[in-house]
Design a protein around this ligand. Structure first.
Ligand code: SF4
Length: 331
């Protein structure tokens, strides 16, 4: 069978080695795991998964997420990388190794180690390019650290990924847009956008409970993420994640913020609505038939028919019909 799909085998290395405690972070809740995996356990996991991936015709990257991977104890980090590298050689379903880390935990030596074991992508948890926001959220690094780390990664030939958060303490939509513009200047291949989820047992949680901090509303976040998604896509940067993965741990531990398992679909639906409005508003109010590719239909209609209702309020009664290869065709 020819493998045609791609996924990640995510290996969480929770909080290990992290020299900070960011305002929003409770790694235990985010990773859903408190156990640090041994190299042997990782090997067993990769071996078992390889067989299942092969049977299903799926390729995968081995992904070390959850903590500050390059800041963990060097011997342990290398033991995990060695296992991943061995798995890549033995099981052809594995096409790469990726890890996520902090911008201030990357230097020439670390990048050399990552190259040695065949790491193919590094994602930097940058979160914001506003130094005020970084400082207010106890990140312990600056925007300049992000620029330096990004340059080192790109120069080494390793793929660069950047992660940003929206709605942190002292954040504003303007600062988020600035972050996106600064990211684009660093030529990342991929970006992840995480609207802030406020968790128990964090400083952000305390600030939220005391009333000192208010998170962005759901609507404001959807509007903002629609602009961010469009901005990155137009510049050829792939947004590989929008919103935290659905997780019972997060649901149990969240105090507030923006969390929705279908956030990306909602944001894409908002983009479709804006595009359609842009065309309809030049036309007289009334009934219209709108064709769009079948893959866009649910986004076009919107969750709970949101888009249809929003357009009806503006005086446009819309019926959507599928037509392959069409984005928006109004009749
Ligand atoms: S650097 Fe990452 S792992 Fe460490 S506290 Fe901050 S968010 Fe959590």
């Amino acid at each position: 069978m020819t493998p045609n799909k791609k996924t990640n085998i995510a290996i969480f290395v929770p909080h290990a080695g992290c020299p900070h405690l960011c305002s929003f972070c409770d790694q235990k809740a985010i990773s859903g795991s408190v156990k640090t995996p041994s190299a042997d356990e990782v090997w067993e996991l990769l071996k078992t998964q390889a067989q299942s991936l092969e049977e299903r015709g799926i390729l995968a990257e081995i992904a070390f997420f959850g903590g500050s991977f390059t800041a963990i104890e060097r011997g342990y980090m290398e033991s995990l990388l060695m296992i991943a590298s061995r798995a890549m050689k033995k099981f052809p379903v594995y096409t790469g190794i990726r890890c996520s880390t902090r911008p201030d935990c990357v230097d020439e030596i670390i990048v050399g180690v990552l190259k040695k074991y065949g790491v193919t992508a590094v994602e930097l948890g940058a979160q914001s390019m506003s130094d005020e926001v970084l400082e207010a959220n106890d990140r312990g690094h600056s925007a300049e650290d992000v620029r330096k780390a990004a340059a080192l990664i790109r120069q080494s030939g390793i793929e660069l990924g950047l992660q940003m958060m929206t709605g942190l303490y002292l954040d504003t939509p303007e600062r988020c847009l600035y972050t996106a513009d600064e990211f684009i200047k660093l030529y990342p291949k991929t970006v992840r956008i995480y609207p802030t989820v406020i968790l128990k047992n964090t400083r952000l949680g305390e600030l939220f409970t005391s009333g000192e901090y208010k998170s962005f509303s759901f609507e404001k976040t959807v509007d903002l993420c629609a602009v961010l998604l469009r901005k990155f896509t137009e510049k050829g940067v792939r947004v590989i994640r929008l919103g935290l993965h659905a997780s019972p741990d997060v649901e149990r531990n969240m105090l507030g913020g923006v969390y929705h398992p279908a956030l990306r679909e909602i944001v894409e639906s908002r983009i479709f609505l804006e595009d359609l409005k842009g065309r309809l508003l030049n036309m007289p109010k009334g009934k219209y038939l709108v064709y769009t590719d079948p893959k866009n239909l649910s986004k076009a209609i919107g969750q709970k028919k949101n888009n249809i209702n929003a357009l009806a309020e503006l005086g446009y009664e819309i019926e959507f019909k599928p037509r392959a290869g069409v984005y928006i065709w109004i009749i």
